[in-house]
Design a protein around this ligand. Structure first.
Ligand code: 13P
Length: 285
């Protein structure tokens, strides 16, 4: 089927109390592996690229890969811009044909974040493309984006105002997660999540989920998270598979051979996370 937007998928997830996994893809093999996991589990799926990834090959290359996956798929597939860092970047993704856009103004002062996000929703909505905004901070490092904020939590009242003023479709919240590899065991502030959910009635998004214990993710989904982002662990899984293959076959030189092992690792990881977020069998919804 053709690529779909994230709007219907996330509204269905919100209505029925599950979340859709959003997986960062870096190359064609990761796209193929994520799709294979989605097909096997009959899960709707979001594939996404950060501006750092886009710099590597270009929006058009990634879109072409994910579009090919969607065309072969029996499950709904979304192509999402993750952490769009400027109005221009968001517009480039929109015009290239991405079917879901994030504008991340979370580093800006509150009013400036509102203004930037509103500008993007005003530009994307007439074309039917939904927009994810971010308020509060997700810590850590996501490609080129680094965040070391002392107080990362989203304020629930601010969240309500932000959603009203920006007309945003989904909201990424800061509740204690970080991008990248955690140093200790992360502790997600689920009470804060529930406080936000009580005031904001749109799908909420969890970033920085690699390394968060599955039980905490399930708890977040039960409290209103409808999109769960995984990036770092997919990179680790792919690389682990490639390394294992090369250790066993040090003279190997065919990328198809060692990449196949990388894909197996990514597929297994993604299938397990689809179970955690509750999207298994939801493709038919
Ligand atoms: P992780 O790299 O921690 O999984 O974060 C993913 C993410 O939030 C992408 O936006």
């Amino acid at each position: 089927m053709a690529l779909v937007t994230s709007k219907e998928l996330l509204l269905d997830a919100q209505k029925n109390g599950y979340a859709v996994g959003a997986f960062n893809v870096e190359n064609m093999e990761m796209v193929m592996a994520v799709l294979a996991a989605a097909e096997k589990t009959k899960s709707p799926v979001i594939m996404q690229t950060t501006p750092g990834t886009v710099k590597y090959a270009g929006l058009d290359y990634y879109l072409a890969n994910v579009k090919a996956a969607a065309d072969r798929a029996s499950v709904p597939v979304v192509m999402h811009l993750d952490h769009g860092d400027s109005f221009e970047m968001a517009m480039k993704a929109y015009h290239t044909g991405y079917t879901s856009i994030m504008i991340d103004g979370s580093k800006l002062p509150f009013e400036d974040n509102i203004a930037l996000t509103r500008r993007v929703t005003d530009a994307c909505h007439p074309g039917g493309i939904p927009v994810e905004g971010e308020l509060g901070r997700v810590g850590g490092k996501e490609d080129d984006l680094e965040n070391a904020d002392e107080n990362p939590y989203t304020d629930p009242e601010e969240a309500r105002t932000f959603v009203e003023k920006t007309n945003v479709d989904f909201l990424a919240v800061g509740i204690g997660t970080s991008h990248g590899v955690y140093k200790g065991v992360p502790r997600v502030n689920v009470e804060r999540l529930s406080e936000i959910r009580a005031l904001v009635d749109i799908p909420l998004v969890l970033h920085g989920t690699s390394g968060v214990p599955d039980e905490q993710v399930r708890d977040c989904v039960s409290r209103g998270i409808c999109k769960v982002n995984y990036a770092t662990d997919l990179r680790i899984a792919f690389t682990k598979g490639v390394k294992a293959y090369m250790q066993e076959n040090p003279n190997a030189f065919d990328p198809k051979k060692y990449s196949a092992r990388g894909m197996e690792e990514v597929k297994a990881y993604v299938m397990q996370k689809m179970e955690v977020v509750g999207s298994i069998g939801k493709a038919a919804n």
